[in-house]
Design a protein around this ligand. Structure first.
Ligand code: TRP
Length: 453
């Protein structure tokens, strides 16, 4: 291990920068694109309740553990877990958390970049006025036309990947803090505006009912698996992204308080996105079960009928793209910081290498909507498989190992010091991380495998 590289470990400018960058990672396509569509596919209210329970009971203690491990190690997840294992006098096998994370980040980014490409292409469509006065058939045609066209998809997938690599190559502070500082408030303002517009529409009441009145007849084992997986996905949890961001966090700021801010922002924006999209769905007699195309077929429809819709559509899809962008970079960061600290490979080179590899897998994900549509396993195409296995299996498994290490392997004096917790607050975190969260993941896994009938 080359010590001179470790001395250069970068740091955020302060607590706010850490919160904004982590919230920038957390708030992304997961909130605006994925949450509404899986909620639609899983029956609404009951799914939302299970998701919120997973967030509170399982994801929160793991988020705090992951930031804590990162800041303690002050290193990327692979080398960092090695250091922490050494300090605790336990097997370096725990580095598997880091290796699995790098792999998971690579798998997620491959399809994430494709969807970010959709958002980018919708900026272009909005600017061309394609949504102005459009009917629901027109809007559906636009989406089908996009995903049915391999050339266009690959073009925008490439643009998305180049954008991601460009930021990562520039390093930790380079522009990112600023981008998130402007983007987050603007995104919230636009969503609130659209929400206000929706309140008077006929779809509003049915939408609230759909989202908040639980219908447990729609719940099955897979609902739990998807809800838990989404709690991890939306918080960027379980693959080392939050660990790396935590490693750049200055000492002396409260991990717990920062963690709570990230969760509140992320959950608030996800619920707001749902309350914007479902009124449109119900006002226009659409079905909530439209899968991955949901926001791309509802938002243009509503915006196309609004007075300032032309401009709002442009701003909205720019924001969705930026939200995706600030998330995408965090998927590459663990690998890039590892290549730097371990081998001294310059950011520019490692970011390009990781980008090219990820782009290649992404090509398969993009083509699974058209040319490779028949290539399926368990009834899922390449895109669906990547999406399902990463969020619902790899992330919860990674998160479980993180919690187990933090609670059972790290010396308690160390974790208490790093978290700045004592007394019942420390015990609460410890119980949740040591027992409740791992047990929660285990039960959902076993249930998902059908072991409970
Ligand atoms: N949380 C992001 C979203 O909701 C996606 C994301 C970024 C992510 N980095 C991650 C998911 C790391 C899992 C792990 O869009």
């Amino acid at each position: 291990m080359s010590a001179q590289h470790l001395e250069n470990h970068p740091e955020w400018s302060g607590r706010l920068a850490f919160i904004l960058a982590s919230a920038g990672s957390a708030v992304g396509l997961g909130n605006i694109w994925k949450f509404p569509y899986i909620m639609g596919d899983n029956g609404g209210g009951a799914f939302v309740m299970i998701y919120l329970a997973c967030l509170l009971i399982v994801a929160t203690p793991i988020l705090i553990s992951e930031v804590m491990l990162g800041r303690r190690a002050r290193s990327n997840p692979i080398i960092g877990m090695g250091k922490l294992a050494d300090q605790a006098g336990v097997s370096r096998g725990w580095q598997v958390i880091g290796w699995m994370g790098v792999l998971t980040g690579f798998l997620i980014l491959s399809f994430y970049s494709v969807v970010m490409g959709w958002a980018l292409s919708y900026v272009e469509k909005a600017a061309n006025g394609a949504f102005v006065g459009a009917s629901s058939e027109t809007v559906k045609g636009l989406f089908d036309g996009l995903v049915g066209n391999p050339g266009t998809l690959l073009f925008w997938h490439t643009v998305a990947m180049v954008m991601t690599v460009a930021v990562v190559a520039r390093g930790v502070r380079g522009g990112l803090e600023l981008a998130t500082r402007i983007m987050m408030p603007l995104l919230i303002v636009i969503l609130v505006l659209l929400f206000g517009y929706n309140i008077g529409t006929p779809g509003f009441a049915p939408a609230m009912e759909f989202m908040f009145a639980p219908d447990f007849s729609r719940v099955n084992a897979e609902t739990f698996l998807v809800a838990l997986g989404h709690a991890f996905f939306t918080l960027s949890l379980g693959m080392g992204a939050i660990m790396v961001y935590g490693s750049y966090m200055p000492r002396g700021t409260s991990i717990v308080r920062a963690g709570i801010w990230i969760i509140v922002l992320d959950t608030g924006i996800a619920l707001l996105a749902g309350m914007v999209i479902f009124p449109i769905v119900f006002s226009n007699g659409m079905s909530p079960e439209q899968g991955a195309g949901l926001i791309f077929q509802t938002l243009p429809l509503a915006l196309g009928q609004m007075e300032w819709g032309y401009w709002l559509a442009i701003v909205l899809f720019v924001l969705v793209s930026i939200a995706a962008w600030t998330s995408a970079i965090s998927l590459v960061e663990p690998a890039v910081s590892y290549l730097w600290e371990r081998f001294g490979i310059r950011r520019l080179h490692s970011a390009i290498a990781v980008g090219v590899a990820t782009w290649s897998l992404g090509v398969l994900a993009a083509l699974s909507f058209n040319l490779l549509g028949d290539l399926t396993l368990f009834g899922k195409n390449v895109f669906g498989l990547l999406e399902f296995t990463t969020a619902n299996i790899l992330l919860p498994a990674g998160g479980m190992l993180i919690a187990l290490f933090a609670a059972w392997r790290m010396p308690r004096a160390d974790s208490a010091e790093e978290l700045g917790l004592a007394g019942w607050r420390y015990r609460l975190w410890w119980w949740l991380a040591a027992i409740v969260a791992p047990l929660g993941v285990a039960l959902v896994f076993l249930n998902g495998l059908g072991l409970f009938g």
